[in-house]
Design a protein around this ligand. Structure first.
Ligand SMILES: [Mn+2]
Length: 313
């Protein structure tokens, strides 16, 4: 599959790379890291980054402005995106050929070609792997290395989550040889605003720990307003109490204008099937979903309690 993807890259002069909406470092890192690799190693190709500009991650890379007419002849590669609804910029549909590269469970099998590896820590790790058969022929620029390293660090929680493997460290150790400052990168990735810090304090004092081993946090519109934090920013503290002894899984219900976002994490039971049931999906230990009423959150919690209660470690 990797060789077939490389073949497609060689065949096309124009390549447009997409990723998911509400991007994280792995989404932008894999998208922009792949662009850098193609630019360095196939200098005659034109490569674009599609999707809305995400200001909080502008230190990684900025998106490109792409004319509608460019899409028709282009190879489209979508990184880190499990399902088509989450692809940022709908014009991916207008491309000449579509490739999916992702590490989420393959629920929505879109694309003319798909390479999905759920054992990979991150899509950035997969991008490092993509050209592995080419060996040292492929050059990793300092910028490509920085971007791909950022995504691996982001998706592994700084090499801490259970998705971190020997292969993760192998690629990370190669990337870190490049000329970039990992400390600067961490500072940019993990910088916290004072409002978010205060909200974290609120979350730590208000989290409900249920008998099942499930933790629950409610961030209503009022609370978000009071702390002056938006729902997207609040996602940054979802692991605030992950080290609590005895906790199996936890959920943040975050109220948005027309939906209650469900941010779900686990250290025990697999929770992605539950997320799928509630308009979401993701990884076995980290998923997202959404509900529309507070009553629905109660139904959701009954199911989460069951998962936790049935899980024995
Ligand atoms: Mn990812």
């Amino acid at each position: 599959m990797k060789l077939e993807i490389i073949k497609k890259i060689r065949e096309h002069d124009t390549i447009i790379i997409h990723r998911h909406v509400r991007p994280d470092p792995d989404a932008i890192g894999s998208q922009a890291g792949l662009k850098e690799l193609i630019k360095t190693n196939y200098p005659n190709k034109t490569v674009y980054l599609a999707g809305e500009q995400e200001e909080s991650l502008a230190f990684l890379q900025e998106m490109d402005t792409i004319d509608d007419s460019v899409f028709h002849q282009a190879l489209i590669i979508v990184c880190d995106t499990a399902n088509t609804e989450r692809i940022d910029d709908d014009r991916y549909k207008n491309g000449a050929f579509l490739i999916k590269i992702d590490h989420h469970p393959n629920v929505d099998e879109y694309g003319d070609m798909a390479w999905v590896d759920t054992n990979a820590s991150s899509t950035c790790e997969m991008i490092c792997d993509l050209f592995s058969e080419e060996g040292d022929v492929i050059q990793f620029s300092d910028e490509a290395s920085r971007l791909l390293y950022a995504g691996i660090v982001g998706d592994t929680g700084r090499f801490k989550f259970s998705n971190t493997t020997k292969k993760t460290f192998y690629h990370a150790s190669r990337l870190i040889n490049a000329n970039f400052d990992p400390t600067d990168l961490y500072d940019a990735m993990y910088e916290t605003s004072l409002p978010l810090l205060r909200l974290k304090g609120y979350v730590l004092s208000e989290v409900e720990i249920r008998e099942s081993g499930a933790g629950v946090v409610y961030l209503t519109k009022d609370i978000l307003e009071k702390f002056n934090v938006d729902s997207k920013e609040a996602a940054g503290i979802v692991n605030a109490f992950s080290t609590l002894k005895g906790i199996k899984s936890w959920v943040f219900f975050v109220e948005e204008p027309d939906v209650i976002r469900v941010r779900l994490r686990s250290k025990g039971p697999e929770i992605h099937k539950l997320a799928e049931k509630y308009n979401g999906g993701g990884h076995p230990m980290a998923s997202g979903a959404s509900v529309t009423t507070w009553d629905e959150t109660k139904e959701f919690l009954v199911e989460l309690d069951q998962l936790c209660a049935n899980y024995n470690n």
